[in-house]
Design a protein around this ligand. Sequence first.
Ligand code: WAQ
Ligand code: MG
Length: 264
Amino acid sequence: MFSVRMRASRDNNHISGAELLVPEQEISASVMSLMGRAMSHQRGKPDNLNISIEEINVDINKITSLPLKLLVSDNVEGSKKAAKHILRALRIPQFCIEKAFSLLEMGPANGKSMRGAIVMDMQGNRLEPDKQKGIRASRIDITEEASLELANSLSDKGLSPYYIQIKEALVLASKVASLKGTIAELCWSDDPYYTTGYVASKKMGYVRIPHLKNAGEHQGGRVFFVDDIDLTDYIYEMQRSPVLVNRFAGLHEFPDLSNDITGE
Ligand code: WAQ
Ligand code: MG
């Protein structure tokens, strides 16, 4: 298997990125599709496009995805409240939650997007060595079978238009949640017209939350909340250990925000 990674930027500002694990015969098709994606992104045209291909010669860890949970909300304020509520239920200190939100709201790299994630400990410290770039979860993908299960579930709920975004985010979040020391992840896109985000954790699954920002805003990003990690090992695992999602854990719906989703 080969890891194929794409990163695109303009004036050194992040535009887009993607991660795939493919057999040798699919390398060229995947390079073409990643290139097409990078060149037609809603954040703009890149002046620098980086695609790297690396052979994987260690065992691939096969995991089941997090369960996908759909939260219903029609306004940003309610959505942010719900996300914060879930993070609180996961025992993340309030000031860490507030710090994470203001970083993503402002653009975590001095008002701009990072190409990777913030790593935040339970004291609110940012642990990623490069605060402009962050840490990327790499060497991730999903099998054809698991993608099909996901596609079918999404189709039942009328979510097929978001299949690609959901698939990629669910795969990423499933790896992140599987690493020792991850408590939770908070994410919303930096794509100006993609306003859905999520809070993911081993405990509560991938809770998909619409309207985590207003349409038109370029700010977004990811925060990995961690506790008790060896930073070097954590970063190594995040970037280097190959993880393939080979089962979809299913989809669950929460009727509305007033429904108790935290079990508290
Ligand atoms: N590893 C770590 N951080 C990443 C990675 C990665 N592989 N890829 C992106 N990021 C960070 C980076 O800071 C980006 O600016 C930010 O996340 C957002 O990336 O409907 O589309 O690809 O359920 O814009 C989530 C909801 C969509 C999907 C997330 O993120 C759904 C999304 P984007
Ligand atoms: Mg983006």
